[in-house]
Write a protein that binds this ligand. Structure first.
Ligand code: SAH
Length: 233
C-alpha cells in the first residue's frame, strides 16, 4: 500500500459521488450569504430562489467549476450569464408576487429564467438565437421548470398574445426601452427592469406603468450584451 491514496482509488467510489453535489450546494449557500445578503439583497423569496437554483446546471461544462464566482460567465456565441448579484438585484427589482406572470427578453442559458420561475406563476421567455433557445429549453425542462415557455424571436416586440405582464425583465442592453414592451406591461403597476444606455455601459432602470403615466427609476450602472432587433440596436 502506498502512502498516498487518491480519491479515485477509493474502492467504494463514495468520494466523487458524494462530494460533488455537496460542494456546489455549499458554494451556492456561501454565494447567497456573501454576494447577496451582505450587499443588501433583502427579499427572502429572492434569496431562497437563488439558494435553490443550481447555477452550474446552466453553464457549459468547462465553466461549471466557476459557477459561484462573483462575476459574469461566458456562454456560447459571445453571450454571457450575468453575475449572481446582478441576477438577484434584477429579480428583486421586479417585486414579483405569487400568481403573477413575467416576460423575460434574452433567455441565454436559462439561469435567470429558472430563478424567475420560482417566484412567478408563469414565465414567458424570448431568445433570438435558435440554438441558445433550444439548449435553454432542455436545461429548464431537466431542472423541473414546468411553468416556463421559451420562444425564438425578436424580443423587442414582446409576446403580444400573452400580454399584459405583471413584470418584464430585459437581460440585454437597449438604446431605449422598447415601446412595444411598455405597452405590454399591466397598466396598473406593471414593472419593467431593463439596462438602457450605450453599447458599452448602461443604467439599469425600473419603469413602472400606472394609469397616470410611466415613472423611471435608476437602479445601478451595468454592462450587458446588446439587445438586437426592431426596437433594439
Ligand atoms: N439571462 C441570460 C443572459 C443572456 S445574455 C442568462 O442568465 O444566461 C443576453 C441574451 O439576449 C443573449 O442570449 C442574446 O442572444 C439575447 N438577445 C439579444 N437581443 C435579443 C432580442 N431582440 N430578443 C431576444 N433575445 C435577444
Amino acid at each position: 500500500m502506498g502512502l498516498h491514496r487518491e480519491p479515485e482509488q477509493d474502492p467504494a467510489g463514495m468520494f466523487s459521488r458524494k462530494t460533488r453535489p455537496e460542494r456546489f450546494a455549499d458554494r451556492r449557500a456561501r454565494m447567497v450569504a456573501r454576494q447577496l445578503r451582505r450587499r443588501n439583497i433583502r427579499d427572502e423569496d429572492v434569496l431562497a430562489a437563488m439558494g435553490e437554483v443550481p447555477r452550474e446546471h446552466f453553464l457549459p461544462r468547462e465553466h461549471r467549476a466557476a459557477a459561484y464566482q462573483d462575476r459574469a460567465l461566458p456562454l456560447t456565441g459571445g453571450q454571457t450569464m450575468s453575475q449572481p448579484y446582478m441576477v438577484a438585484a434584477m429579480t428583486e427589482a421586479l417585486e414579483l408576487s405569487p400568481g403573477q406572470r413575467a416576460l423575460e427578453i434574452g433567455t441565454g442559458s436559462g439561469y435567470q429564467t429558472a430563478v424567475l420561475a420560482r417566484l412567478a406563476e408563469e414565465v414567458f421567455t424570448i431568445e433570438r438565437l435558435p440554438g441558445m433557445a433550444a439548449a435553454a429549453r432542455g436545461l429548464l425542462r431537466d431542472a423541473g421548470c414546468d411553468n416556463v415557455r421559451v420562444r425564438v424571436g425578436d424580443g423587442t416586440l414582446g409576446w403580444p398574445e400573452e400580454a399584459p405582464f405583471d413584470a418584464i425583465l430585459v437581460t440585454a442592453a437597449a438604446p431605449a426601452a422598447p415601446p412595444s414592451l411598455e405597452e405590454q406591461l399591466r397598466p396598473d403597476g406593471g414593472c419593467m427592469v431593463i439596462p438602457v444606455g450605450s453599447r458599452r455601459i448602461q443604467q439599469l432602470v425600473r419603469i413602472r406603468r400606472t394609469p397616470a403615466g410611466t415613472t423611471t427609476e435608476r437602479l445601478m450602472e451595468c454592462a450587458f450584451v446588446p439587445l438586437m432587433g426592431a426596437e433594439g440596436w
